[in-house]
Structure formats: C-alpha cells, structure tokens
Design a protein around this ligand. Sequence first.
Ligand code: GLA
Length: 745
Amino acid sequence: MFIKYHSSSKEFHLSNGNISYLMTVLKNGHLGQLYFGKAIRDQEDYSHLLELRPRPMAPCAYKGDLAFSLEHIKQEYPSYGSGDMRDPAFTIEMNNGSRISDFVYQSHVIYQGKKKLEGLPATYVESDEEALTLEITLVDEVAKVEMLLSYTIFKEYDVIARNTKFICHHEDGVKLDRAMSLSLDLPDAAYEMLEFTGAWARERNMKKRKLTHGIQSVYSMRGCSSSNYNPFIILKRENADENQGEVLGFSLVYSGNFLAQVEVDTYEVSRVMLGIHPNNFSWVLNKNESFQTPEALLTYSRNGLNGMSQQLHHLFQKRLARGEYRDQPRPILVNNWEGTYFDFNEEKILNIARTAKKLGIEMFVLDDGWFGKRNDDHSSLGDWYPNLEKLPNGITGLANKITEMGLKFGLWFEPEMTNEDSDLYRAHPDWILSTPNRRVSHGRNQYILDFSRKEVVDSIGDMMEKILSEAPISYVKWDMNRCMSEVYSHDCLPMNQGKVMHQYILGVYALYERLIQKFPHILFESCASGGARFDAGMLYYAPQAWTSDDTDAIERLKIQYGTSYGYPISSMGSHVSAIPNHQTFRNVPLCTRANVAYFGTFGYELDLNKLSEVEQEQVIEQVKWMKEYRNVIQYGDFYRLVSPFEKDGNVTSWMVVSKDKSIALVGYYRTLQHVNLGYVKIPLVGLDPDSLYHVSIHDRNLYGDELMNVGFSVSDAMSGENKEKYNGENGDFQSRIYILKKVVN
Ligand code: GLA
C-alpha cells in the first residue's frame, strides 16, 4: 500500500496493490483526475492520460493555449463558471454575489491511518497501519477559502474514502450552496448504472439502465435517505456479471438528503457525483468557520458485482459498524409489533416472552405503544415514560420479569417525532419543524421534532437515558416514520435556514453517539417505516437496520437481494411473521419464511402463542439451526447466485461461505411451482475447488471444482402428475437450504 507524490509531474498515486487512484495538479493549480481502477505500476509521469486537445467553442484558461479548457479536462472536484460547463462539485457565493471560484493546490500531507470526522459517521481504522490518508489543501485567494480534499486508501479493502472540508478566512464570510462529498470523472460512458429504488414495503429493488448523455440521478429530498432511492449506486461494464467484470460502487455515509448522479457529457466523459442534495442546502460560513462534507466511498472490483459487494460488506462490518455487537452473532428475537400491534398489556407480553424462552429465542422486543397514552398512532410520541395502564409495573418491572426468564429485553423508540396530542408538544409547540404562517403537514398523525436544536435533542435524550438506565435493556429499535415537510427551525436566523436539514441529521447522530457512549452494551437497530434509512451512515451507530415493513418472505427475496448489493447480511433485520401475511395476505410455508429470514439477523414477529404445537416444534428447530449457522451467515462471504430481478424472477438463490471455506449454505427459493420443467443447475462460487463437500438434501460428497464449474443440481422433482405426490415440499413458495460441509478425511 502506498500514496506517492511525484514532484516532477505533480502527480499523486494511491494504491493498495489491487486498486490505483491517480490525480495530478493541473497547469492552473486545480486537481485533475487521471485514473481510478485496477492497480497499475507506479511511475513518475502519467500526464499523457490527460489527453489535452484544442476543441472549438471551449473557454480556454490561457491565451494561446487552446488545449487547456476545464470543459475538457477530467477533474477531481470541479467548479462551474470558469470553462467547465458540467454540474460542479461545489458552489461558493461571495459577499459580492460572485459564484466563480479558483481553488489552487497549495500543499498536501500524507499520513498513516485515518482521522475521525467530527460529528459525522465514517469508516475508521483500529491501527494506523490499516490505511493511508492524503490531504490536499487548495486555496481560493480571492474568496479566501481553504479547501481540504481528503483521500484514504485501505490496505484490506479496495475502497477509497473521500470527504471535503471548507474553511472560510474571508472577513465578509461566504455562502456554500453545494458541497459534494465526491466527484469522479471517468474517461468513458460504457457503463450500466444500477440503483436501488422502491417505496415503503418494496425497498431497494434493483434497477438497471445504460448510461446516456445528460444527467441521470437518484436522490432524496425527504430528510432521510429514503425507501425510494438509496445513497448507493453502481456503475458496471455491460459484460460484467456477478462474478467477473469491472464494477464500481459509490456509497455515501450519510442518512439525510442526498444526490447521487452521473452526468455524461457529449464527449462520453462520465462525471459521478455523490453528496448532500443541494436543494434546500445553503451554508453560510463566517470567518474561521468550516463546513465538513459527509464521507463518500468508492470501490472498484474486477470480480463482478459480488466482488464489489463483498468489499463493502467487509468494510461495513469491520470498519464502519462499531460496538460490542460488531463481531457478534446477533440475538434471535421476537418482536411483538405484528403479533399485537398496540393491543397488549403486561400479561400478554409476558405470555409471548414465556413461549419465546421455551422455543429457544434469546430476546423479546417491545415495539410501539408502551409509552404515554399511546393506544393507536394518534398520540404520545415524545412522552417517553411508560403507559402504566398497559404496563402497571412500568418498563423496568416488565424488563425485570423478562430478563428473569433468561431473555434479553429490547425496546422501541421514535425519538425524532411528536404528536399534537402529547405532553411534549403541549409544552413546546415550537419544537417542531414548521414554517411560520403556513400549514404544517403531518404524516402518520405526527410532527417532526427540530433535531437541529440542541435543547430538543438533549431533552429527548434525557428521557431515553432515564428509561435505559433504570431498566435492563439490551436492544433499542430507533424508528423514524415520516418524511420532512415545511422545514424551518424556530430557533435559527433566516440566513441559516438552509442549514437545518443537515443540522437535523447531525442532531440524530449526536443523540445516537450520546446513547452509544453511555450504553455500550445496547444493540441498536435503526428503522424508518421499515427501510427508509438503510444507509451506510446509520450503520456507524446501529449495526443492523429493519430492512422493510414488508415481512412477506416472497417480497423479501427482492428486498434482501437488492439490499445485499450495498450492505452486509449482518445488517439486515429479517423476521418470520404470521400467515396470511399482513402486507400481502400470502400464505408462505413456515419453512420458507425462515429460509428467507435466516439471511439476516433473524427473529420472529408474530404472537408465538398463536402457533400450533407442530409449528412451535418447527420454530424450535429453526432457532437451533440459526444458532448453529448464524456466524457463517452473518460473517461469511455472501454471494448472489440467481437474481429475482432477472428473467421471470421466479427463482432466487444466494449462498454464504465461511471464511475458511469449510461450510457453505445455499439458499434456493422458487416462487411458483411450474410443471414438468427441464433440469436446472446453478454454478456455485467461493468454494475450495480441491475440497470434497458433503451436500445435504442430495446427501452426496462432491468436489468444489464440480460444484463451481459443472454446477449444482436444483432440478425440481416431477410435479403435478398426481396429488398424492404433494409432500409439503413442492407447490408454490418453496425453498431449500443446502448445507455443504467439507469432508474431513
Ligand atoms: C414502523 C416500523 C414498524 C413498527 C411500527 C410501529 O412502521 O417500521 O416495524 O415498529 O413503526 O409503529
């Protein structure tokens, strides 16, 4: 691993042996982008990669030099207005109204390790040998603003982490209207863009489009990263598939408004940009004030989409997630939401918990409805003290009883919200985001607390801390159930209103940090009406996230498959719920419900007492199974095999392989049972070619090379000829998990 600066050519080369990132100081002092991709040898001069050619109509920076136009130069962190006509990485407005800037290289430092980002989530190192960082300082002498571009390269992960900081030295201050975390100019446009789109209950469905001229983007202006789009995009070559070919991944470590866009100009240069959405963002910087962008990650793989995803999976698991649970198998829980909704009392909860214990489940999570006077979703958010009518012994009494049974206890909060009908709102009506003299929209009957204000965050934090210190609580589900509207802070100058949405997220991060520091043993699961804040930023605080409110196993195939492109299995909250399913009314067999939920954190979300004895026996076996294999599932190497987004989507398959390649689990899911089909083989990946594996279900010993090259038979037995053949393992919504174990001689 190295970061080199070649002073004769003024070029920087970052490499970890697998990837190289090259840039140069241009003639005008700006930074030019030379290359990002598979590692290439280090040499003094790669300046020929700039390919400067005179082009008609281009504004040229220097008289007589027709080849030097910013319009045609691949840049690191471009600005608009001095020749470059594309979308810029940043915009600064000076006090005189000018929006032209000219940031010129001044100096750089290279050091081992990686600095923390104050108040923001970011990847980290545990020892300085794990990464190298390059910080380049550029200065605009007229605006008197300093810009710090930071690049970290990791030894173990093929990832570059970037961020930008602006420091104002101008007496009159400046205003930042756009400040992206990353901009990358790629020399051509022969890519497909993969994005993860959806809505509530159908999050992160993968969509693919060919790059084309103009701007293509995904974004959120909802105040959260959203279930509609995700702050993660992929560019892949058309011939790249899951296991081979060139793939680039771009992930923003941030949970608020974002923009992820690719602009293809008419010379086929692709400019990728990732950062806070500029709409509704403006940041006034007074003298000596600074602005720090969130971190953005870029990763590169020649090993296809699986190769790219695994880089992010491992980085997120090991150097983004934190805390005691980072490396631990996640507790198998039962959550009462779909089991009881708001209709519970202490006895009902204890009854579910008793059965949970009997079935081997490890944690009980009490969801919405335990606080204030909350019996439906019209009241009490913000009143974080127990509803004594439902729970006469409070949370402490209930949690004690549950922990005495030998179960852990977890609790739901929605810290950022309040209802009109709440003590909190009655006392502080100005604590919500709302614009003076305008209608305030509500969502799920609730308002959004102004988390850009410290006293609001502190007061919610105090209430949460009280509960969390008094009761034995091992887990917190932090929910957030509506998008922002009429954003305006009542405690903020007019000129600073453009800061509010970002400051809100900083408030969320600050409260998370406070609670994590104070309660290091608590496992946090983030949630936003299911998966509306499933992003890398959240994973820094909460190593797992509720993937979707859609708990139907068949729907979950797409949701979990889509999520796996950018996020590790250990981060996906996944539960077995009742049938008919509450979102789809579908009846999926209990075995398939578990076979899907195993590939996540695993738990149940139903009233266990409503299961038949036979079903309870099945649950006992499922819990045992998950305890045996969760370490492999949550911390092994995950590979997508057959995509529900391709062909007719009827079959989905994925697998995990333990780090030492001694165990592999193959999940095979078939939505509809077709009749009399051909034979089907799936080539496996990631096994040791020379090892013999015992394959369950087939009950045969097969070598890794056969399983990976010839493929692995998943052909359905003949179906449909007579109904006596129905054995519960055929028919619709069926699945199998094959266990492959290395045969030890
Ligand atoms: C959201 C969450 C659910 C549940 C409810 C409770 O919708 O995603 O899991 O916690 O809120 O109101």
